[in-house]
Design a protein around this ligand. Structure first.
Ligand code: NAD
Length: 541
């Protein structure tokens, strides 16, 4: 056995492939896309390392082509969830006793599998299942997942190496035990990388996990499962169940061995989970760790010193990439009156160049929203704006679900700074602009702070350094990720640890050591080399 003190490889961010016309990577991913589109995939429950069927299934379709069937997935019954809990508990001892370097190797291998042999598959699956353009799939399913895996391994070593000091004659050692019991990971539809990271990061720290992916991401979650399996993750370390979220969650939360939840999704669901955990608190062996990254109502505020071209680009990319379905998507904009004319001209002209359709056509900047419920909700908001007196549709506003769930990039203008669409997370390609008088800059900063329950991301465009530094300070509680002269999306693992406070979550910064700390329960061991043999102290003499 290797008994040296090793160093894990120093991670670097995965380079983003460009998929330019006639490039080999474009040809290769499109070939995989067509292959997957023209075949059928069955996704079985993954419990104790086995793929298990149940009596009920549901079908999977691309949001941009909802009549096409990609395959089906099996819905868990209560007995499957109970089996998944048992498998996680049974796997715990061997897994947590395994040397951490072995665990690191498994996840580093997973990263290399995604970077190499699985790259096309995980990207194509994400394009099909979640309607991402190739660029959005590449930065998520390939690059971010690889980065999560590699940087977390690096942080794991960093955590284990943090040790207390020891006075002469004794030795203090801090051990980083995994939590007692099992961890429940609940993941959203919008990032394949998050689906791998939430169960993966807890498992990396020696925990075993029951994982419930979103019904709308199961197709690409299966690729993540195949990667973990091929990387050598032992049976039962991660167990995946799909289906009724209430039944699955209630079954999990009934277990006294429930040790923590790693959640990403909407604020209302997270609050419901927190309440249920609170109501069950007497039943658990330990206080469960509750980690949730949730919704956002992310802002961009421009000062009149802003460069309008840069500001417009940030609004378009921030609001419309992946159809605005990022927790960090720009959805409320504060525009100074003095630059509004030139801003609107530029915005209209740029949005008119946006193409929307299937991700198979690389000219498209946008594709469809995730499902019919989301489409209907967004179409309803557009109709509401049309009938309201304090808001109007400035650009876009069209929608069509005949083939896929397509909503045009839509700009709403409001005269009411607290208008519904300035406050509520809509999760679609809708952005609302509020114009302010230049002289009201300070009042507008207050508005940014006070509007909406969230505090996830935000951005400021400003070329006046005095104004900027004051504003950055004033807006310090409005966003966990704050951007200066940049869009408010696109955080990179290892560079911009991600998460927000207030209604946006527990701000445990996915992809950083701060998050991994939530999955360990430190134990201090103090050893005294020559213990005293007399109870009396000198002062008593
Ligand atoms: P969602 O809340 O609908 O679903 C998230 C997960 O919770 C899914 O697995 C879902 O099946 C499950 N779920 C739904 N109802 C449940 C219930 N009653 N009990 C238990 N589990 C339940 O969210 P979504 O539509 O998949 O994702 C979009 C949301 O996620 C947005 O609000 C977005 O802001 C948020 N999000 C946040 C971050 C972040 O880092 N802050 C990142 C990505 C997404």
């Amino acid at each position: 056995m290797n008994n040296s003190i090793v160093n894990v490889p120093i991670p670097i961010n995965e380079p983003i492939k460009e998929y330019k016309n006639n490039s080999p990577e474009k040809e290769s991913v499109l070939k995989e896309y067509k292959k997957l589109r023209n075949s059928k995939t069955d996704v079985k429950l993954w419990i104790g390392g086995k793929f298990i069927e149940s009596s009920k299934t549901a079908s999977m379709s691309p949001p941009h082509d909802h009549k096409h069937i990609l395959g089906k997935y099996y819905l868990a019954e209560k007995k499957h969830v109970e089996l998944a809990i048992k498998s996680a508990l049974d796997a715990k001892e061997n897994w947590s006793n395994m040397r951490w370097e072995e665990r690191a190797s498994i996840f580093l291998k997973a990263a290399e599998l995604v970077a190499g042999p699985y790259r096309d598959k995980i990207n194509a699956a994400t394009m099909l299942a979640q309607s991402k353009t190739i660029f959005q799939a590449e930065i998520d399913a390939a690059c971010e997942l690889i980065d999560f895996l590699k940087f977390n391994v690096y942080s794991m070593q960093h955590i284990y190496s943090q040790q207390p000091k020891s006075d002469p004659g004794l030795w203090n050692q801090l051990g980083y035990r995994p939590l007692e019991g099992f961890v429940y990971a609940v993941t959203p539809f919008n990032f394949t990388a998050i689906s791998g990271n939430l169960p993966g990061s807890a498992a990396m720290m020696g925990n075993t996990v029951v994982w419930k992916p979103s019904d709308h991401q199961i197709y690409s979650a299966k690729v993540v499962i195949d990667v973990f399996k091929e990387a050598g993750l032992p049976d039962g370390v991660i167990n995946a169940v799909y289906g009724d979220p209430e039944m699955i969650t209630n079954t999990i939360l009934e277990s006294k061995h429930f040790a923590g939840i790693h959640f990403t999704g909407s604020t209302s669901v997270f609050k419901g989970l927190w309440k249920k955990i609170g109501a069950n608190i007497e039943n658990y062996n330990s206080y469960p760790r509750i980690v949730g990254e949730t919704g956002g109502k992310d802002f961009i505020i421009a000062h009149n010193s802003a460069n309008v071209d840069e500001f417009v680009t940030a609004v378009i990319r921030g609001a419309f990439e992946f159809q605005g379905q990022k927790c960090s998507a720009a959805s409320r904009i504060y525009l100074p009156k003095s630059i509004s004319k030139v801003f609107y001209e530029k915005l209209k002209s740029e949005i008119s160049k946006i193409k929307m359709g299937s991700p198979e056509d690389f000219k498209n900047f946008m594709t469809a929203v995730i499902h019919e419920n989301s489409f209907d909700k967004l179409a309803g908001v557009i109709e509401k704006v049309k009938s309201d007196t304090d808001a109007e549709i400035l650009i876009g506003g069209g929608y069509d679900k005949s083939k896929g769930y397509f909503i045009e990039p839509t700009v709403i203008k409001t005269s009411n700074a607290k208008y519904y669409s300035m406050e509520t997370e809509l999760f679609g390609p809708l952005v609302t602009i509020y114009e302010y008088d230049d002289k009201d800059w300070n009042k507008t900063l207050n508005l940014v702070d006070e509007t909406s329950e969230y505090a996830l991301t935000g951005a400021i465009f400003c070329d006046d350094r005095y104004v900027l530094s004051e504003a950055v300070d004033k807006l310090k509680n409005c966003a966990g990720n704050f951007y200066i002269n940049d869009k408010c999306t696109g955080a990179v693992v290892g560079q911009q640890p991600f998460g927000g406070a207030r209604g946006s979550g527990t701000n445990d910064k996915a992809g950083s050591y701060l998050n991994l700390l939530r999955w360990v329960s430190p134990r201090l061991i103090k050893e005294v080399f020559v213990p005293p043999k007399d109870f009396k102290y000198p002062f008593m003499g």
